[in-house]
Design a protein around this ligand. Sequence first.
Ligand SMILES: [Fe+2]
Length: 122
Amino acid sequence: MNKEVVIKKCNICNTVVRVLEGNSDISCCGNKMVTLTPNSVEASFEKHMPTYEKAGDKISVTVNHVMDDDHYIEYILYVYDNKEEMVKFNPGEVAKCTFDYVKGAKIYSYCNKHGLWGCEVE
Ligand SMILES: [Fe+2]
């Protein structure tokens, strides 16, 4: 069973951290960091939700989102069993990557403006 990924953000300086263990309060810029939950920010669902296509024992993951200098998908995170794989992106690149197919794995995408999105591999 996959544990829920805990990602926190400072709403002042926009620092984002991945918590490896626990979910205690972490402060940044003098305030508590906010725990991000997938789909928590109002924005276009279809532009942020990762989609995937299965091909044999692999899946190709895509996020159909702009990749502008000030607005882009920073990373795709793939979580399964006791493993996590992260692919980071830069503006101008295509938010697309490939992972091993694992039923029940979770796929997260992170937009620098609209937060965390996620789905589960069926
Ligand atoms: Fe966005």
